[in-house]
Write a new protein. Structure first.
Length: 143
């Protein structure tokens, strides 16, 4: 790989290297923007609930509950336990399957459009992330 890097640096003009670097920065910026938009879209799919009996109540692809440990007055100083967040997913919500196609086909769900937006953003993000990871390898080895 070192040989290819040296060949790339000496065979390309400084202007060509700079243009390649700017192209890489554009992809990196788009990745960051898509990641932020994807996180925001995922937040719209989350519905909080309080008790276990409410798991089926709120409509949402992701149901989230934060459980705080019960502490007595004497244990507060000695022992600090952190809260635990539990997430439950709709049976049609499969994040790993979204890179190929939508795993949810329930169009009557009120969150279906939010899900579609999230799935599309996730596919675009993963495509750009792969492009970013292989950018320099493709530039150095193929050109």
């Amino acid at each position: 790989m070192l040989k290819e890097i040296i060949n790339y640096v000496f065979s390309k003009s400084p202007l060509r290297i700079w243009v390649d670097y700017e192209d890489y920065l554009i992809i990196k910026t788009k990745c960051t923007e898509l990641e932020e938009r994807m996180r925001d879209a995922r937040r719209l799919l989350v519905r909080p609930y309080v008790t276990k009996s409410e798991i089926k109540e709120p409509i949402g692809c992701i149901k989230r509950r934060v459980v705080f440990p019960v502490q007595s007055a004497e244990n507060i100083v000695c022992e600090r336990k952190s809260s635990v967040m539990k997430e439950y997913y709709c049976v049609n919500f499969n994040e790993s399957a979204q890179r190929f196609s939508d795993s949810c086909n329930i169009k009557s769900c009120p969150l279906y459009q939010n899900y579609k937006t999230y799935a599309d953003l996730k596919r675009k993000y993963e495509f750009l992330l792969n492009e970013k990871k292989s950018f320099w390898q493709n530039k150095i080895c193929l050109k």
